[in-house]
Design a protein around this ligand. Sequence first.
Ligand SMILES: C[S@@+](CC[C@H](N)C(=O)[O-])C[C@H]1O[C@@H](n2cnc3c(N)ncnc32)[C@H](O)[C@@H]1O
Length: 226
Amino acid sequence: MTEDLLELGITELGLNLSENNIADLELFLQEMSRWNRVHNLTAIENEQDSVRLHLIDSIAVLPVMRRFLQTSHPKIADLGSGGGLPAIPIAIIQLDWQLSLIEAIRKKTAFLQHVRGKLKLKNIDVLSERVENIALQQSGQFDAVISRAFTNLSRFLELSLPLLKPNGLVFAMKSKRADEEMSAVCKDNWQLLADEALFIPNLPVERRLLVLSPVRKFPPIVSSST
Ligand SMILES: C[S@@+](CC[C@H](N)C(=O)[O-])C[C@H]1O[C@@H](n2cnc3c(N)ncnc32)[C@H](O)[C@@H]1O
């Protein structure tokens, strides 16, 4: 049943997924439904809603991410990954990207570790920690960070900055126009590179992806003339 739904949405997204990709996405959804019944990982119970809202939502960002990420094997952090969204669907499709899933709640990271083993996903790391601690341990190591339903934009940017490499990117998934949240962001510190409307097949929902980069202020170079 889910296969029909997936193919319906995915064909329209134009992502050209392999049979392995689809099988792994379905396995992930099955595992999420199973764990959800026991641990209440996500708020959505109905399987059809789950497919459309969680999975298609998570992979709809891919065309924009592919366009902006310049390196062939980018290292990306998903902040507040919860049950693995958007990182696990992204990792299933983009085997050449390395994703670090940062999540503070242990029962959620136990699920993420379980999925990593079950799907043999070698391109994800599950970090059972607060983002603030990872920022100290892995400062400046990520080409990009992403989050879905994590926190407000200003806080997300604040938490992202120490994790990013100098040319790093922030991908902020939003459900509606984020003008109000953007107005709270200091334009001296952050540049908005794009605010893209995402296409979600067969669903009357608004989804947007903001792409931002930090405006780094390096100390001036002092010449050492004698
Ligand atoms: C609303 S859930 C969203 C989960 C997932 N991204 C999704 O879209 O379904 C937010 C998650 O962020 C986690 N979280 C909140 N603050 C955090 C922090 N400072 N460090 C790590 N995880 C955090 C919570 O435990 C929760 O699982």
